[in-house]
Design a protein around this ligand. Sequence first.
Ligand SMILES: Nc1ncnc2c1ncn2[C@@H]1O[C@H](COP(=O)(O)OP(=O)(O)OP(=O)(O)O)[C@@H](O)[C@H]1O
Ligand code: SF4
Ligand SMILES: [Mg+2]
Length: 410
Amino acid sequence: MIGLLLLSQAAAIAIGCVLGVIVAGQICACICLVVRYVRHSEKTQQPIPAFPAEQPAQPETTVATDTATESGSDLILKVTDLKQWFPVGKSFFGKPQGFLRAVDGVSFELERGKTIGIVGESGCGKTTLGRTILRLYDITEGSAIYTDTEGKQYELAKLTRKQLRPLRTQLQLVFQDPYSSLPPRMTVGSIIGEAVKVHHIVPKSEVHDYVLEVMRRCGLQPHYYDRYPHEFSGGQRQRICIARALAVKPNLVICDEPVSALDVSIQAQVINLLKKLQREMGISYMFISHDLSVVKYISDTIAVMYLGDIVEKGSTADICTNASHPYTQALFSAVPVPNPHRKAKPEELEGELPSPANPPQGCKFHTRCKHCMACCEETAPQMREISPGHFVACHLFDLQEDVTESDEKE
Ligand SMILES: Nc1ncnc2c1ncn2[C@@H]1O[C@H](COP(=O)(O)OP(=O)(O)OP(=O)(O)O)[C@@H](O)[C@H]1O
Ligand code: SF4
Ligand SMILES: [Mg+2]
């Protein structure tokens, strides 16, 4: 009798356990459903409008604005309020906890056949700007209009991957590091010829001669054709990278610190090569560097970047002889003076570059600026034209303008 009782109790416990497991399983499934639903609804409510990789088909050309300047010059690139924000961290529900504003509202124009130099200290967003224009990243916000040689305009921000493909030869990139950007198992001839074949730049039977011609233009001997990248010096490797970029007949080349890894005499050779090729082929360059002495030698215009923004832009002469933003002045004071009788007085920038994930309020430079005023901590300065074609974003120039306005009223 007792045995029967124990048996029935054990059976009841076993049934209870099974039921408990089933109920617990159902509760877990409900929680999972709720979490998935919340995640999905959060994903669809991202605060930052990021263009998806593949967008619905757009018309082949997207003419957004007239890219001709007031002087009627021919613009190859017009960038307006361009932003590249990277998500930082993820909450339990997969929502980004913040955004790193690598490029935060950049605007500039580049004339066909000219060079714009982009300068700024490490981490200010130069590389990200170049890669965003080339659509190696999807553009978070803003516009980048490229105009080809026939006058067709392309809004790069809105093109799908498929629509971008035919533009890939026209827009090229030369990297900083000539060591890692060349495939070690391919010969120079095949490295330069690969894209020529893929994009049918010349008929197949002419590829060999065409590659030799490109190599000659870039100062590479014909017998280098069958050699491998490890057999070359840094300067020669950078020439191979330049030859590879130019072989597909680009209109715009973004050179990301192309000479930073080279010694000074080789730097001069590579820069002179880029200038010669620009004269011969009418290429436009966006030349990224942290070295002002190099940038001022090659550029027609210069844009100075700080923490994702352009703080000053203008002709090379304006920027070099009349640097007006306190940050540009500090950068120039650090450039060595080629005069033994004049002592350079490097103006040390106080503190570190703040994090672009949490930039300072107001003027982003106010934490390091020796001219900082109360308004600088609260309000971001607007870009102002201080002389024709020379723009500065600094409250010091608001004051000058206010003083001039009040003088005029009096
Ligand atoms: N893919 C990425 N994801 C997240 N953050 C990134 C990414 N690429 C760059 N960043 C961040 O964006 C900021 C700008 O980086 P970027 O490489 O553009 O600077 P830079 O001006 O080219 O610096 P350097 O002169 O050292 O090359 C940095 O804070 C960097 O950490
Ligand atoms: S706005 Fe103010 S803090 Fe910013 S650079 Fe000008 S003076 Fe300095
Ligand atoms: Mg860089």
